[in-house]
Write a new protein. Structure first.
Length: 291
């Protein structure tokens, strides 16, 4: 089974996906190959569609997966079948599931100010304030390089966006001052030369992915808050506050680096003023209260 996993990872690498994506995509294929070896005692070529469906049911029962995660697993199985086994995938044999969509959490402006203002670590204060002030994804802030900061132009060059295309993001002057404070808080020999937020043990690599959500969670505990903040919370807050302050959706789409306006439109629902600024036609008619 190791050979199948090796081939799978090689095919993902050929698509130019990131190491983080490669790891994520391999998760359930590893579980699938283990299922075939330990439970079915079959090779992938011998598996029927019915047995593939049984695996999905087994996986969901064993790991209590959401419908969205089950769909991710089905996508991985489709890739494995198509590019490793070189067989035709039949979507009617293993269809994607419908799932409920939920609006993400967006803190109030006071909550965001409290969260950021109480951070004492210069590195994480600069990193999280930059994520919020520029609307950056975790992968974008991790891979940000010193040369990408264009202070004179008030912008940041984002090279590693989710859509595989470069864009410019806003650079807040206050965020710039926090970057400088972080920079000068370090001994000369430890100051970043390549990645703005490097690993301590290996400065040639960006900060570990897991360190950022771990810090966010620990800071919530320090504040005595329940766990609601995630790395994406800062990006959602950036966009929501922008929209509330009057930024139009097309401009916001460019600032966020979205490929589709549909991705940007969610912030209409997240905005606290979206409905108060658009009175119901019923109100314009004067209402129907009995005299």
């Amino acid at each position: 089974m190791d050979d199948y996993l090796k081939q799978y990872r090689e095919m993902i690498s050929l698509r130019g996906l990131t190491d983080h994506t490669l790891t994520a995509y391999s998760t359930y294929i590893s579980a699938y190959l283990g299922y075939l070896s330990d439970i079915l005692g079959k090779s992938p070529e011998e598996v029927s569609w019915a047995e593939l469906r049984d695996f999905i049911r087994w996986l969901q029962k064993e790991r209590q997966l959401s419908d969205r995660t089950v769909n991710a697993c089905i996508s991985q199985l489709r890739f494995f079948t198509t590019y490793v086994l070189r067989r035709t995938w039949d979507p009617y044999q293993l269809p994607f599931r419908k799932f409920d969509s939920y609006l993400p959490f967006v803190p109030t402006r006071q909550e965001m100010q409290t969260f950021l203002s109480t951070i004492t670590d210069p590195k994480f204060k600069a990193l999280l304030c930059l994520m919020f002030s520029s609307g950056l994804r975790i992968g974008e802030v991790r891979h940000l390089k010193c040369r990408d900061i264009e202070h004179s132009n008030g912008r940041i060059l984002i090279r590693s966006s989710k859509s595989r295309s470069s864009r410019y993001a806003q650079l807040s002057e206050t965020a710039w001052q926090l970057i400088l404070r972080y920079w000068y808080s370090l001994p000369g020999q430890d100051r970043p030369r390549d990645f703005l937020f490097p690993q301590k043990r290996d400065p040639s690599r960006p900060i570990d992915h897991q360190r950022i959500p771990d810090y966010i969670r620990s800071h919530e505990k320090e504040l005595g808050w329940e766990h609601r903040f995630t790395c994406h919370t800062f990006r959602h807050a950036f966009a929501t506050y922008h929209y509330e302050d009057g930024t139009d959706l097309l401009t916001l789409k460019a600032l966020m680096g979205h490929k589709s306006i549909n991705s940007t439109a969610i912030y209409v629902h997240l905005s606290s003023g979206a409905f108060s600024s658009s009175p119901s036609p019923f109100e314009k008619m004067g209402g129907m209260l009995d005299e």
